[in-house]
Design a protein around this ligand. Structure first.
Ligand code: C5P
Length: 227
């Protein structure tokens, strides 16, 4: 079967990165985490003490920052992602609560998006790619052979994030986390430039009551139909 491009979009905590990583691992495709790139810009802006309301400064930063996504084969053949920002491994730092609570503001800046979309398209230039994000099916890879829009109830998504943080030894309040996720999704889906939106030709998949393995299997069979 031929190699295809797979675009996976959806709100925070819908399982995008887990599923995208697994699919890439099984098909031996490249995995591109577009959210990690907006997180990298946000982290750098915070490190430099930039004013996050200053669109010109953020745009300049996005056009000059060096972001490398590196993959190591991890457990179960699932690729493990390292995010290198201007030469430093910031894989953990880009997931901090501070970055998470500021990333949507940075990602809403038109100039930042322009720089990241260009970079993402270059990275996806090879065949056999899985990319996840918010605007992959609509803007970044409109020609992707398979587009999937993953959702789950806000309660379920909050619970997943809570469990994820719990596993890392980070104690958080479930209600607060769910509320944060709701706010981020509202911000991401109502911004002017490339909002979070299901592409007209994307397949909607509600993962609320599905296991990770069930979602992976559904996507694999969708991909095999297209390839
Ligand atoms: O996927 P993740 O939760 O890491 O994304 C972090 C943030 O980056 C999102 O809340 C959104 O504001 C932004 N983002 C985006 N477009 C993408 C991917 C992420 O605007 N394609």
């Amino acid at each position: 079967s031929k190699e295809i491009a797979i675009a996976i979009d959806g709100p925070a905590g819908s399982g995008k990165s887990t599923i995208a990583k697994a699919i890439a691992g099984r098909f031996n495709y490249i995995y591109i985490d577009s959210g990690a790139m907006y997180r990298a810009v946000t982290l750098k802006a915070l490190q430099l003490g930039l004013d996050l309301q200053n669109e010109a400064e953020l745009t300049l930063l996005a056009h000059t920052i060096q972001i490398q996504l590196q993959y190591k084969k991890g457990v179960c053949g699932q690729p493990e992602l390292r995010v290198i920002v201007d030469g430093n491994d910031e894989s953990e730092a880009i997931r901090s609560l501070e970055v998470t609570s500021n990333v949507s503001v940075v990602a809403a800046v038109a100039g930042v998006r322009e720089a990241m979309v260009n970079l993402q398209r270059k990275m996806a230039d090879a065949s056999g790619v899985v990319m996840d994000g918010r605007d992959i099916g609509t803007v970044v890879l409109p020609g992707a052979e398979l587009k999937v829009f993953l959702t789950a109830s806000a309660e379920e998504r909050g619970k997943r994030r809570w469990l994820e943080l719990q596993a890392k030894g980070i104690q958080t309040d479930l209600a607060e986390l769910t509320d944060q996720i709701r706010k981020r999704d509202l911000f991401d889906s109502t911004r002017q430039v490339n909002p979070l939106r299901q592409a007209p030709d994307a397949i909607l998949l509600d993962t609320t009551s599905l296991t990770i393995e069930e979602v992976i299997e559904r996507l694999m069979s969708m991909a095999l139909e297209k390839g």
